[in-house]
Design a protein around this ligand. Structure first.
Ligand code: WQD
Length: 318
């Protein structure tokens, strides 16, 4: 999904790529595919945009290893088409969803934005290529103002319980998997690796509430308009704190009151031991800092799960 913004009006024009949003061009919601240039032309012909927030991309690490062609086609071609349409229509402000996976297996933690960049899987490689593309586009045409937001591990849901993550098939990521165990859709959680050199032997990540992540995008957009000569800049969106797999299980049990059966398994290939962010740069330059802790993340994720045990499809088993 990408949002095209005709600021200062508040309406968001959503260019959705294979999303569930019902298309409604009159309301400014377009359903389309970034790989289809005709879809893009319909959006950009509709009105003038001042900026784009580009979220659209495949993001499951395991799937990217099994089907790299899907990831290169969807993530790269879609973005190249978007840049071309933006340039043709004089829109050169972009907020791009990058990822902490561009740090690969970080040699130094916390990760700072000028840490060594390396990809550990096809998904991460597409993000790294797209970051390099953004830097090259800006070098060639300094009218481009681009903010690259490196997401750490987004979890949680909107506090209303009406909007949440609803992965197709068996979840790849930890929290959606724990969530489905808690609602009884899956029998137990496989804990991948319990021999890591960490406080409890399980891997550590920087989990960030999805609402904090959304606020980070608003702060990035504000930066683009307040500092039009910003160039192409990356910011970490994390909390600056690491949580282990077993600590996440305990937190979700506390939030949900549900048992989460676990099975200790070998490490998952490609996983890093410990990854968490330095958030100093975003705090300093975006005046942004994550507000929610693990307890609120699990509270809101459980609130969504118990109201929507089968996601947006209601009671239908998927
Ligand atoms: C977290 C930890 C697993 C599932 C992902 C993707 C990408 C990126 C960051 C945005 C790891 C362990 C997991 C399970 C487990 N986000 N785990 N049992 O791999 O850090 O990265 O988030 O770009 O989405 O790269 O997240 O949630 O898959 O795993 O033990 O059933 O949980 O081994 O240590 P990851 P994850």
């Amino acid at each position: 999904m990408s949002l095209c913004l005709p600021l200062p009006r508040a309406t968001l024009i959503e260019l959705v790529s294979r999303s569930r949003c019902a298309a409604c061009p009159s309301r400014g919601v377009f359903q389309g595919d970034l790989r289809n240039t005709d879809d893009l032309e319909k959006v950009f012909a509709a009105r003038r945009y001042d900026a784009v927030i580009h979220f659209a991309g495949l993001k499951a690490v395991g799937e990217s290893v099994a089907h790299p062609e899907m990831y290169y086609e969807n993530n790269l071609i879609g973005t190249i088409n978007l840049y071309k349409s933006m340039k043709e229509h004089g829109c050169k402000k972009l907020v791009f969803s990058s990822s902490a996976t561009v740090y690969g297996w970080p040699e130094v933690i916390p990760c700072v934005e000028d840490s060594k960049l390396q990809a550990a899987n096809p998904y991460g490689r597409t993000k790294l290529i797209l970051e390099d593309m953004a830097r090259d586009y800006h070098r060639a045409d300094t009218e481009w103002s681009i903010v690259l937001l490196r997401y750490f591990n987004p979890i949680g849901a909107h506090s209303s319980g009406e909007i949440g993550e609803d992965p197709k098939g068996i979840p790849n990521n930890l929290l959606p998997y724990i969530q489905q165990v808690a609602v009884g859709r899956l029998p137990e959680l496989n804990v991948y690796g319990h021999d890591y050199p960490t406080r409890d032997g399980t891997a550590i990540r920087d989990y960030i509430h999805v609402v904090d992540l959304a606020d980070g995008h608003i702060a990035a957009l504000k930066k683009l308009f307040d500092s039009p000569d910003i160039g192409c800049v990356a910011y970490n969106l994390g909390t600056g704190r690491g949580t282990s797999v077993l600590e996440m299980v305990a937190a979700f049990k506390k939030a949900s009151g549900k048992e989460i059966p676990t099975k200790l398994c070998p490490r998952r290939p490609g996983d890093a031991t410990e990854v968490y962010a330095s958030t100093e740069k975003a705090e300093r330059e975006l005046a942004w800092r994550a507000q929610y802790g693990i307890e609120e993340m699990c509270r809101d994720q459980w609130n969504w799960a118990k109201k929507n045990p089968y996601g947006y499809c209601g009671g239908a088993k998927k």
